[in-house]
Design a protein around this ligand. Structure first.
Ligand SMILES: [Zn+2]
Length: 276
């Protein structure tokens, strides 16, 4: 078993000549963990999303073959969290600031010669923003592939581990996140502070217009205080470390496959527009 700390995939462990060599490799890829500093109920720390993005990514990259040209950037630990700002502790960048930050760093990465930038994001509230800036960056720097992914999206098998209601409505600090933290860093979970409000019923009583929903096809851009008293959205009842262990393994296996496939691929493709 290779120790994670012995791995050389931390970008900021490189010297500048190593960074220059890294960027020139075929398919050179940087992965930027994206989290938030935002309330996660009374029982989880503000850094929950950053912790997951960073630690799941480290464990995922550790399972890839040693010689792949992929490196992890320092985490972005303050993100776009306006839905939570009425809860103390939450720090949020405005959308224009985050867009500017990501664009500037993305352009520098492209001009160094890296071929791909992946956003490994664990905060659901900034999925749209990262998708938008990815498209913008792609236009500005066509040679740089930009892939904005979300930790919990598209993971086959989540339905078999979590109740349907949690998958649909367990948006924040509920069963999945609480269990995952109980497994990965139990000392950071204060379960005794988790208030049992019967959150499922609380969500059912939110007067969402007929045919619309909190998330999904016709979403409502909710604020946390619309739905929750203590910041939990969903139900953290029944959270346990064994479930967290299964979730962790599922997430790591899923993203390991996706990163492996990305590194095997020729993405981004050659522009078809100017081909005769
Ligand atoms: Zn979260």
């Amino acid at each position: 078993m290779i120790s994670i700390t012995s791995k050389t995939f931390f970008f900021d462990n490189l010297s500048w000549p190593e960074a220059a060599k890294a960027s020139s490799q075929k398919g050179s890829t940087l992965v930027w963990p994206f989290g938030a500093c935002e309330q996660h109920g009374p029982h989880l720390p503000l850094k929950t999303d950053t912790f997951f993005a960073e630690n799941i990514l480290i464990k995922t990259l550790a399972r890839l073959p040693e010689d792949l040209p992929i490196w992890m950037l320092p985490s972005q630990s303050i993100g776009f969290s306006p839905e939570h700002v009425s809860f103390p502790g939450t720090l949020s960048l405005s959308a224009p600031v985050l867009l500017a930050l990501v664009s500037e760093i993305g352009e520098q990465i492209a001009s160094m010669g890296f071929k791909r930038l992946v956003f490994f994001n664990a905060h659901g509230g900034q999925i749209g923003l990262l998708q938008a800036v990815s498209r913008q960056l792609r236009v500005k720097c066509p040679s740089l592939a930009v892939l904005p992914c979300f930790l919990w999206s598209g993971v086959d098998g989540l339905d078999s581990l979590l109740p349907h209601k949690e998958v649909e409505e367990g948006l924040h600090a509920a069963l999945a996140e609480t269990s995952l933290m109980m497994n990965m860093a139990p000392e950071m979970v204060a379960l005794e502070k988790s208030i049992d409000m019967n959150h499922s019923q609380l969500i059912d009583s939110v007067p969402v217009p007929k045919g619309w929903s909190l998330e999904g096809a016709a979403p409502c851009a909710w604020l946390t205080e619309d739905i929750s008293k203590d910041g939990v959205i969903g139900d953290s009842n029944g959270s346990n470390a064994a479930l967290g262990e299964s979730l962790e393994e599922l997430l790591i296996a899923h993203w390991r496959n996706l990163f492996f496939n990305l590194m095997e691929s020729d993405w981004p493709p050659v522009s078809q527009k100017n081909l005769s």
